[in-house]
Ligand binder design. Structure first.
Ligand code: NAD
Length: 535
């Protein structure tokens, strides 16, 4: 469906059979006798492209959450005792299965969130990428490490990493396969069990991922799924967890963090952003324009790291704006609702979200902003389509100027200097991602070092840093706590145990000497420690 003029007739693709839907929804922990009125009303699954219902999703009750954790806890004990090599073998098989089943995965992602197929496919690749990374590195990261002890040569300490237990994973709808599974995979590799709560709207693709892991040999019970609205079961999930991995909005992240704090458990919070892109005066616009279009409008602007503010040096501003607006309009003309690779621009998640995005634009327009392209819904394509939208002259008091719009809407600002670009990019409570474009890599790096963001991409929007699985990725300021990927992305799911070892029992006996002798020997030891190289 490439035309923007005709009404699409997208339907659930053939691969998504009623049997598949039944099998996947049966994985949800949801009990209660509907006849006695104890079961929660199932959630109606809606195909985003048409607004048509195509199935129902059982809803878990607090008792189901407790049952899911009890099952997971029992399975985790055996899993933690399973040699890492055997645990990793499961994920090596899962890697292949995910690649083989990529078409069904993409179908299920698209049905639930309406993104273009290219984005659905790229999203599915995140899970094999994270698996590959930890297949190569988990042994090194998790192996016990020996350090020197307080008494040089005669003592040592061993740093051990033990799984936390059962990790609660709460995932959003915008990358529903990747964000439900990639973080869970890391937790499982580290020896934990997982209880996942996906977003209701996009739960099926996550459930399919869980099925694939089981087909790859993951023991039953180790990866449980509960479904429900956040306020209904989110608190129970946090209360039962030994660690919570949350991805979603800053507002919800704050609630999760508070609850985790009360329970004295750790949490990793990957939250929202208001991400800036800076075009320095020496940037090559032939590269910047397509890069900025992707950085802004990929996933229809529903990516946490996507760009909502662009600061362009005065020297390039006019040409940038003209070419960027044209490119955004071109992309809008390639919008479509179909399960193939033809449309390049997809839908928003729902008519409700469209209303929020549109409200941001209308408020800005009413306050004097100029809408250069877009700024309108496309009901002729589907109930939640909204055009790529480029604004200028957005006054600071409107929501879009400072709050996350989370749609295909961006404001372009003219700046007179590098310093002004940096100051304005940093003038936000968020700190998730920032992008810098320049023909001089050294200069771009110097600018990057002054930007307040957990991810910074030079001559790219956001893909380079996020795809670098060896380097931790997370937000600063109000964009989060903790990080995924890299050694940290595995170690956060473990407790670090410090085992101190005195190499001989005689040392302990000698330590019980008279007080004055003890002081003398302590001073001598401190001096030796300073001179001795750590082992
Ligand atoms: P959201 O916070 O509304 O929901 C995220 C998840 O939390 C969903 O599963 C939801 O059901 C659950 N939830 C909601 N209220 C809850 C509660 N009280 N207790 C427990 N769970 C609760 O976010 P969303 O609208 O689904 O996702 C969009 C947001 O996520 C945007 O702000 C985006 O920037 C952010 N995001 C961040 C990242 C990242 O890596 N930093 C990635 C993707 C999305």
């Amino acid at each position: 469906m490439t035309s923007t003029e005709t009404t699409p007739t997208a339907t659930v693709p053939q691969r998504v059979t009623p049997e598949l839907i039944d099998r996947l929804t049966a994985r949800v922990r949801a009990s209660g006798d509907a006849h006695l009125g104890r079961a929660r009303t199932p959630f109606t699954l809606i195909e985003v492209y048409t607004g048509a219902a195509y199935g129902t999703l059982p809803q878990s009750r607090p008792e189901d959450v407790a049952d899911a954790f009890a099952t997971a806890r029992a399975a985790q004990r055996t899993w933690a005792a399973t040699p890492l090599k055997e645990r990793l073998a499961v994920f090596a098989r899962a890697h292949e299965l995910i690649l083989t089943e990529r078409a069904t995965i993409a179908d299920l992602i698209q049905i639930g969130c309406g993104k273009a197929r290219r984005m659905a496919f790229e999203e599915s690749c995140d899970v094999p990428m994270i698996i590959s990374h930890y297949l190569k590195t988990a042994r090194r990261i998790l192996k016990p490490r020996k350090h020197g002890g307080p008494v040089p040569l005669l003592s040592a300490s061993i740093e051990e990493h033990r799984p936390k237990g059962v990790v609660g994973v709460i995932a959003p709808w915008n990358f529903p396969f990747a964000l439900a599974l990639s973080d869970a995979v890391a937790a499982l590799i580290a020896g934990n069990a997982v209880v996942l709560k996906p977003d209701n709207k996009t739960a099926l693709c996550a459930l399919f991922g869980v099925e694939l892991l089981h087909r790859a040999g993951l023991p039953e019970g180790l990866f449980e799924v509960v479904c429900g609205e956040g306020p209904d079961i989110g608190g129970d999930l946090v209360d039962n967890s030994d660690f919570v991995m949350f991805t979603g909005s800053t507002a919800t992240g704050r609630l999760i963090g508070e609850r985790a704090g009360r329970n004295l458990i750790g949490c990793s919070l990957e939250l929202g952003g208001k991400n800036p892109l800076i075009v320095l005066d020496d940037a090559d616009l032939d590269a910047v324009i397509p890069g900025a279009v992707f950085a802004t409008f990929a996933n229809s602007g529903q990516a946490c790291m996507h760009i909502e503010r662009i600061y362009v040096h005065d020297r390039l501003y006019d040409e940038f704006l003209r070419r960027f607006v044209d490119a955004a309009a071109d992309l809008g003309a390639k919008a479509g609702a179909s399960y193939d690779y033809i449309p390049e621009f997809g839908s928003l998640i729902s008519p409700e979200h469209l209303a929020r995005v549109s409200a941001h634009v209308e408020e800005a327009r009413a306050a004097g902003a100029t809408v250069h392209t877009g700024g309108r819904a496309r009901p002729d394509i589907g109930p939640a389509f909204y055009e790529p939208t480029v604004l200028t002259d957005v006054p600071p008091q409107v929501a879009h100027a400072t709050a996350e719009t989370f749609g295909p809407v961006v404001t372009v600002y003219r700046v007179g200097s590098e310093q002004e670009a940096i100051d304005r990019a940093n003038a936000t409570d968020y700190g998730l991602n920032a992008s810098v474009w320049s023909s001089d890599r050294g200069r771009a790096l110097r600018v990057a070092r002054r930007l307040e963001a957990g991810n910074i991409n030079i001559n790219d929007g956001f893909v380079t840093s996020y795809s670098a699985k060896a380097t931790p990725s997370g937000g600063v300021k109000q964009s989060g706590i903790g990080a995924r990927h890299g050694d940290q992305g595995l170690l956060k799911y473990t407790d670090t145990i410090n085992v101190g070892v005195l190499k001989s029992q005689v040392i302990t006996a000698r330590a019980q000497m008279a007080y004055d002798k003890q002081i003398t020997s302590t001073l001598a030891t401190l001096r030796i420690m300073r001179r001795t190289r750590l082992r």
